[in-house]
Design a binder for this molecule. Structure first.
Ligand SMILES: C[S@@+](CC[C@H](N)C(=O)[O-])C[C@H]1O[C@@H](n2cnc3c(N)ncnc32)[C@H](O)[C@@H]1O
Length: 292
């Protein structure tokens, strides 16, 4: 049996569907069946029926954002690839989002190729993650299965990111962080220190390891976010405002795993650029005035 369908045999998956999905209004659940069968990629993402909702939401958001700035090609980065399910899912979504929006993608993974390196101290959550966890399983099969616009940098992130900085040519559009440890996340976040024009002005980010009940801002990915924000004046990582309120299905866990990296020194966020871009001033009407 295909392993995606096999997941439906797991109790925890049904518990999540029950808690996150079936308690939502019946009308939305019925509509989502129709959308799953006949909907466009955009409507499938709106109704959370594409696998790995967080990546689907982020890749479409990045493509829409890119289009509004006339950017035609984006890089989607995944830190922590392991057996490759997340990266292959990103390739699958990217192909569909290209058809929907016209924006093209490079999909780029980073991984040791040997599973988790040794944790350094309590900040890496050794009680959850440890040396050798999540090995690649079948690297050759994974590399063979990837489409031509995808690539994996194997080796310690600290080293491979320097090579990637020289080689990546498309605009950074989405960053998924799934390296579990504080120190690995801190090293991955170095990706946000390049020249400002290499990014979208605001880059959607997914942090996988912030959702356990005992993840906290003194350890792991949450600590790395705080440490990054404390040491970078013009690059800030912040959660998305009101995301559940804008979604059809509001109970999903993944909403709390989405952040944006704000590239505050990006030209597109500057006064000079926006002065030349503005065709005219914005005006608000007032319905209380009878003769405006
Ligand atoms: C949880 S797994 C990734 C799972 C994958 N994102 C998925 O969705 O299928 C974490 C991976 O991060 C990688 N990793 C953690 N720290 C690393 C480091 N400092 N350098 C390179 N790889 C690292 C490990 O090799 C491991 O495979």
């Amino acid at each position: 049996m295909n392993s995606i369908w096999k997941k439906l045999l797991l109790g925890r998956i049904w518990k999540r569907i029950y808690v996150e999905r079936l308690g939502e209004p019946l009308i939305y659940n019925l509509a989502s069946i129709f959308v799953m069968l006949f909907g466009s990629t955009r409507s499938k993402i709106e109704y959370d029926v594409m696998p790995r909702h967080a990546s689907a939401y982020s890749i479409l958001a990045a493509a829409d954002h890119a289009k509004s700035y006339g950017i035609k090609r984006l890089a989607l980065l995944e830190f922590g690839v392991a057996a490759g399910a997340g990266l292959m899912n990103m390739c699958w979504i990217a192909e569909r989002v290209t058809k929907e929006t016209g924006v093209e993608f490079d999909i780029i993974g980073f991984d040791s190729g040997e599973g988790m390196p040794p944790p350094r101290d309590y900040r890496d959550h050794p009680e959850h993650y440890f040396t050798g966890d999540y090995p690649p399983i079948d690297k050759a099969a994974l590399l063979k299965a990837l489409p031509p616009n995808a690539k994996i940098y194997y080796g310690p992130i600290e080293q491979t990111l320097k090579q990637a900085e020289r080689e990546i040519t498309s605009t950074i559009g989405f960053i998924s962080i799934d390296v579990d440890y504080f120190f690995s996340t801190e090293q991955s976040l170095e990706v946000l220190t390049w020249q400002p024009e290499r990014y979208l002005p605001a880059v959607p980010m997914y942090f996988d390891d912030v959702a356990y009940i005992d993840h906290n801002r003194f350890c792991g990915e949450l600590l790395a976010i705080d440490a990054f924000n404390d040491t970078h004046d013009l690059r800030k990582i912040a959660p998305v405002n009101f995301l559940p309120k804008y979604r059809i299905f509001k109970n999903a866990l993944w909403h709390g795993q989405i952040y944006y990296a704000h590239i505050l020194d990006h030209e597109f966020r500057g006064v000079a650029y926006n002065t030349t871009k503005r065709p005219k001033i914005a005006v608000l009407t007032n319905p209380y005035l009878s003769n405006p």
